[in-house]
Design a protein. Structure first.
Length: 352
C-alpha cells in the first residue's frame, strides 16, 4: 500500500491566469494544506471512486496512454485500486485542490510502478497533469501543476508556453526556488466559502485574451489598442519587480505591487466579460482589508469566488485575521475562513 500527498498553492504575484503569457512571470507558493491518495494493487482501476475524483484520475491515466503507452500497458496488466482519497484543501477554493489530488495520484503511480526517475521526473509529472486536466476539459495554466509537484516558494517563467503544445514541443517551466532566501511572508489567505470552478473563469478569460492576440497578429488591431494584452503584461511585470522586494523583504513595496496586480486583473476581467471584474465578494474583501491597513491584497487564483490573499505588516496577521473573519460573516459569507500563510517546502511526496 502506498500513500502520497501534494500541497495546495497560492499565486502571490504575477499573472493569475498563467495560461496566458503576459510578461511570463508568476510568484507562487505551496502552502501547508495537502491532498492525500492511498493506492494498492487491485483487480480493476478505480472501481471504488466517486465520479468526480474518478474523472480526474482517469485523465491522468489517459494522458500516460498518449505519451507513454508502454507504461499504460503496465497499468492495464497490473491494475491499482485507490483505497482512500482525502484532502485538507477546501473544494473549489482557488487553491488548486483538484490539481493537488492529481499530482498526488501521479506520484503514487510513479512509486507503485517504479517508473523511470529520469523520464518521470517532477517536471514531466507537472506537464502530464497539465495535459490531463486539458484532456478532461479543465482550462488552466501551469503554475498549479508545478507548485503542487515541486513545492516551496518559487519564481516561474512561462515563456514559450502560450499555445499549450504537446509534451516535448514547448519549453519546460523555469522554476526558481526562493524559499532558500525567504521563509516568511506576512500573508493571510481568506477563503470566501463560495465554491466556483476556476476552469470556468480561466476558459472565458483565456478565450478573450486569445481573440485579442489573434487580431493583433493578423494586423486587424494595433498592439497599443490591445487592452487585455496590455493589462496582462502589466500584471506579469509585478512579479518581475516583486522579486526584488520579496528577496529584500520590503513588504511595503511588495504590497503596492499586489494592489497594482489586482487593479489590472480586475480591469482585464471586466474587458473579458465579467461584469463584476474579479468578483463582487472578492473585491469587497480586498477593499475592506486595504481600508483596515493591509499593505496589499489580491486574488489567490481565478476570480468569481475562491480565495484572496492579504499582506499585512509582520506579526500583525492575527489582528487582521479576526477583523476579516468578522467582516466576511457580516456580508453573508457564512462558510468563509481565514488561514495563516505557511510555505510548504515539500511538493508531492510519499507519506511515511
Amino acid at each position: 500500500m502506498i500513500k502520497t500527498s501534494a500541497p495546495a498553492r497560492v499565486n502571490i504575484l504575477g499573472n493569475p491566469t498563467d495560461a496566458l503569457e503576459g510578461a511570463y512571470a508568476v510568484i507562487s507558493s505551496a502552502i501547508q494544506m495537502r491532498a492525500y491518495v492511498t493506492v494498492k494493487e487491485g483487480e480493476r482501476l478505480f472501481h471504488s471512486l466517486t465520479s468526480d475524483v474518478r474523472r480526474l484520475f482517469e485523465g491522468c491515466v489517459n494522458v500516460i496512454k498518449k505519451y507513454f503507452p508502454n507504461v499504460y500497458q503496465e497499468i492495464i496488466q497490473k491494475p491499482i485500486d485507490v483505497v482512500e482519497v482525502k484532502t485538507e484543501i477546501p473544494r473549489e477554493s482557488g487553491l488548486a485542490g483538484s490539481t493537488a489530488l492529481m499530482v498526488a495520484f501521479m506520484r503514487a503511480l510513479k512509486e507503485f510502478y517504479n517508473l523511470n526517475k529520469r523520464k518521470f521526473n517532477d517536471y514531466i509529472i507537472a506537464e502530464l497533469v497539465q495535459r490531463a486536466e486539458e484532456l478532461i476539459g479543465i482550462t488552466c495554466g501551469y503554475a498549479d501543476r508545478y507548485v503542487c509537484t515541486l513545492g516551496g516558494l518559487a519564481y516561474m517563467d512561462f515563456r514559450g508556453k502560450l499555445f499549450h503544445k504537446p509534451l516535448y514541443k514547448e519549453p519546460l517551466v523555469t522554476y526558481e526556488r526562493l524559499d532558500h532566501y525567504v521563509n516568511y511572508i506576512p500573508l493571510l489567505i481568506a477563503y470566501l466559502g463560495i465554491r466556483r470552478s476556476s476552469g470556468d473563469v480561466h476558459r472565458k478569460f483565456r478565450a478573450a485574451y486569445m481573440r485579442e492576440l489573434k487580431l493583433v497578429r493578423s494586423g486587424k488591431l494595433e498592439k497599443s489598442r490591445a487592452r487585455i494584452l496590455k493589462a496582462m503584461l502589466k500584471v506579469g511585470l509585478t512579479a518581475i519587480k516583486g522579486k526584488y522586494a520579496l528577496l529584500e523583504e520590503d513588504w511595503e513595496t511588495f504590497g503596492k505591487l499586489m494592489n497594482e496586480n489586482h487593479k489590472w486583473v480586475n480591469y482585464a476581467m471586466k474587458l473579458a466579460g465579467f461584469k463584476e471584474g474579479a468578483g463582487y465578494y472578492n473585491n469587497a474583501v480586498i477593499n475592506y482589508a486595504i481600508k483596515e491597513g493591509a499593505l496589499g491584497a489580491k486574488l489567490s487564483g481565478a476570480g468569481g469566488g475562491g480565495s484572496v490573499i492579504i499582506l499585512v505588516e509582520p506579526d500583525k496577521e492575527n489582528v487582521m485575521k479576526k477583523k476579516l473573519e468578522k467582516f466576511m460573516k457580516s456580508i453573508g459569507l457564512v462558510n468563509s475562513k481565514v488561514y495563516l500563510f505557511q510555505i510548504s517546502r515539500e511538493g508531492a511526496k510519499i507519506e511515511e
